[in-house]
Design a protein around this ligand. Structure first.
Ligand SMILES: [Cu+2]
Length: 121
């Protein structure tokens, strides 16, 4: 009986492992938070993903309403946290900002997206 159960469960376990290996890196959460309004100018933007990232192929930009970059072009995967992408910012004035990211997860799949936050002191 136990052996029959094990044989039934094995394919399910294999399928789950394969599905896990195929998972892409999606944005899990960010700071400032997606769509949020913040009162104080953030010094950096942090994006946490659902999978580890390939540092050489993962990037993030932050632009103001005029489309000008306000990040310091130092966007990088955190060496001690492989699912965290971060970039520092120039001093921001009040307004709406767009965070644009494109990442490659360790399974080589590309995902991209963007979100906004607003600075309103
Ligand atoms: Cu994937």
């Amino acid at each position: 009986m136990l052996r029959a159960l094990a044989l039934l469960l094995l394919p399910a376990a294999l399928f789950a492992a394969a599905a896990g290996a195929r998972a892409h890196a999606f944005l899990d959460r960010a700071e400032p938070r997606v769509g949020s309004t913040v009162r104080t100018a953030p010094a950096e933007v942090k994006l946490w993903f659902t999978e580890r990232l390939e540092p050489a192929f993962s990037s993030v930009q932050v632009v103001n309403e005029a489309g000008q970059r306000v990040d310091r072009a130092d966007g990088a995967v955190d060496p001690s946290s492989p699912a965290l992408l971060r970039t520092t910012l120039v001093p921001l004035s009040p307004g709406r900002y767009q965070v644009i990211w494109r990442v490659v997860s360790v399974d080589t799949h590309v995902t991209a997206g963007d979100f906004a936050f607003r600075l309103a002191p």
